[in-house]
Ligand binder design. Structure first.
Ligand code: FMN
Length: 233
């Protein structure tokens, strides 16, 4: 059983809370895993050329092209992204838009697999985690857990964090904030979040080892999506 972790943060690995949480989940599965960082990659969003509708292969050539086989071969996904403007950051959004290529007709390339969604924000992490869950749903992937954490926004290191009135330190701590190791957020300080990440990994590993029924998961997810769309028309 192979787990593919994808950290959508463009920051260096040592700075990224997303990367840390994705790795924590993947490691705890006790399955074979690989982590891909999108840092430094150039990935375009979907351009709606419809080149993938016949054969489920995207015709754009960029840094996503060599990842395609890894995505198909994985049995489960741990995908994490930072919160940019209360949503997914562009790099992760671009990657997930291109998952359009996997789902046409009887594509079935990702259907019925399992996923964990991870979101990290300078204040809030749930927006990207919710969006990752939504993208999973479009490929009939069951989200078995969402992990949400708070990391250090760039404002903690930009040099103006103590005085800038629109920066996250000011928003979180108010006037006169001092940036110290104590006031600087880090996901590893969040004991509950780190525990939840390890629990999610253990649950994912257990579900995979039980030999989960992809067809059953697919049908459940398809019914959920049908229900959602019918409710909205
Ligand atoms: C362009 C940009 C927009 C951001 N917007 C938000 C936001 O709306 N809400 C929030 O909580 N954090 C926001 N942040 C802060 C990041 O989510 C935060 O730095 C997080 O720790 C990034 O995760 P990473 O360390 O894995 O990259 C923003 C950061 C950038 C660079």
């Amino acid at each position: 059983m192979k787990v593919l972790g994808i950290s959508g943060s463009p920051r260096k690995e040592v700075l990224s809370g997303t990367r840390r949480l994705v790795e924590t989940v993947a490691k705890a599965t006790n399955c074979e895993y690989e982590i891909i960082s999108l840092q430094g990659l150039r990935i375009s969003g979907c351009i709606a050329c419809l080149g993938c509708v016949e054969d489920n292969v995207c015709k754009l050539e960029d840094d996503l092209t060599p990842l395609r086989e890894k995505i198909i071969k994985a049995d489960a996904y741990v995908i994490g992204a930072p919160n940019y403007f209360s949503g997914l950051n562009g790099l992760t959004h671009a990657l997930l838009e291109r998952w359009f290529q996997f789902r046409h007709q009887d594509g079935n390339l990702l259907w019925g697999k399992l996923g964990v969604a991870v979101g990290v924000g300078g204040a809030e992490g749930h927006f990207p985690a919710d969006e990752i869950e939504k993208f999973f749903s479009y490929n009939f992937i069951e989200t078995i857990a969402k992990i949400v954490g708070r990391g250090a926004a760039s404002c903690y290191t930009c040099g103006h964090g103590e005085t800038c009135r629109v920066g996250i330190p000011h928003l979180l701590h108010g006037e006169g904030v001092r940036i110290t190791p104590e006031t600087t957020p880090d996901v590893i300080k969040l004991v509950n979040v780190m525990e939840a990440a390890a629990d999610a990994g253990r649950l994912l590993g257990k579900r995979l080892r039980q030999g989960h029924d992809r067809t059953k998961v697919t049908v459940t997810m398809q019914n959920k999506m049908l229900h959602k769309f019918r409710a909205s028309v």
